[in-house]
Design a protein around this ligand. Structure first.
Ligand code: MF3
Ligand code: CO
Ligand code: CO
Length: 273
């Protein structure tokens, strides 16, 4: 989500600390969101239009009595985001038909009994180039590195250090204009979670009971993005290079980070693409 927006939402504000009852609600929301990603998984194939993925996501969510969080959020027109190739984030599902060699990030957020779950995966469509595969692998590894580096009372800046070090070691860049965020009974709340070492993130401490996302976007080329397209949403890399993203919702507990949006059928920690 936008740095600008997150900063506005989070400046000088403390994140909510959730108790056991509230954590149970967060777990339910995260689990449902992961089930939605697993439900979409077999449809993410060459020949499918991104609007079909959106339709399936809405149907699955409503059939289970839940709500797609994106629809109407600051005027967003669809239920999920589908970001293809050089699209960094917030791609709007539409007529585009996925084809061999593409990558697509499917980002879903749902509201379950008033609580939010938010996660995304980048899918390889057919055979992708070795550079693009390397990009997707590094982005997945970077997300997990960001998760594994934190413990109770860690500073949020540790996430940015870990992710940007991995990206730079592999010759890739990290998008700075969009970041992870706290969530719970709202879509976006403190803390902001930059994926690079933004100095002010050193002030935010991950106390047990804080819930947030880690959602790095890595680019094959330069880190800069172009402002949203004419549709008001679609963000692309400034140089047209491919971009990948993964996202999980994380609850910091007394025992360490708990990943609330683990899928049954998707790539698990350590996966090789
Ligand atoms: N799911 C995105 C995130 O990870 C936010 C999408 S906002 C929308 O923060 F309005 F585009 F849906
Ligand atoms: Co998010
Ligand atoms: Co998301």
């Amino acid at each position: 989500m936008w740095n600008r927006v997150i900063r506005g939402l989070t400046r000088g504000k403390r994140p909510p600390i959730y108790n056991e009852r509230q954590r149970a609600q967060l777990r339910e929301a995260g689990e449902f969101n992961a089930r939605l990603i697993d439900y979409l998984r077999p449809y993410v194939q060459p020949g499918v239009a991104t609007r079909e993925l959106d339709r399936l996501a809405e149907e699955f969510t409503r059939d289970h009595g839940h709500r797609p969080a994106c629809l109407g959020y600051k005027g967003y027109p669809k239920h999920i985001c589908t970001s293809v190739n050089q699209v960094v984030c917030h791609g709007i599902p539409g007529d585009y038909v996925l084809r061999d060699g593409d990558i697509v990030n499917v980002d879903a957020t749902t509201i379950v009994n008033g609580w939010y779950g938010d996660s995304s995966e980048t899918f390889l469509i057919g055979d992708v180039s070795s550079d693009v595969r390397r990009l997707v692998q590094a982005t997945f590894d970077a997300m997990w590195r960001g998760i594994r580096v934190i413990k109770p009372m860690s500073s949020v800046i540790e996430i940015g250090y870990a992710i940007s070090r991995l990206a730079h070691d592999r010759g890739l860049s990290v998008v700075e204009e969009y970041q992870g965020h706290g969530l719970g009974r709202r879509f976006h709340q403190p803390p902001g979670v930059p994926h690079y070492p933004l100095p002010q993130a050193s002030r935010d401490v991950l106390v047990p009971g804080v819930c947030f996302t880690i959602e790095p976007m890595l680019n094959l080329g330069a880190k800069q993005t172009s402002p949203p397209a004419l549709d008001g949403w679609t963000v692309t890399t400034a140089d047209g290079s491919f971009s990948a993203q993964f996202e999980h919702t994380i609850l910091m507990t007394e025992h360490g980070p708990e990943v609330l949006t683990l899928t049954q059928h998707g790539p698990q920690e350590g996966h090789q693409f």
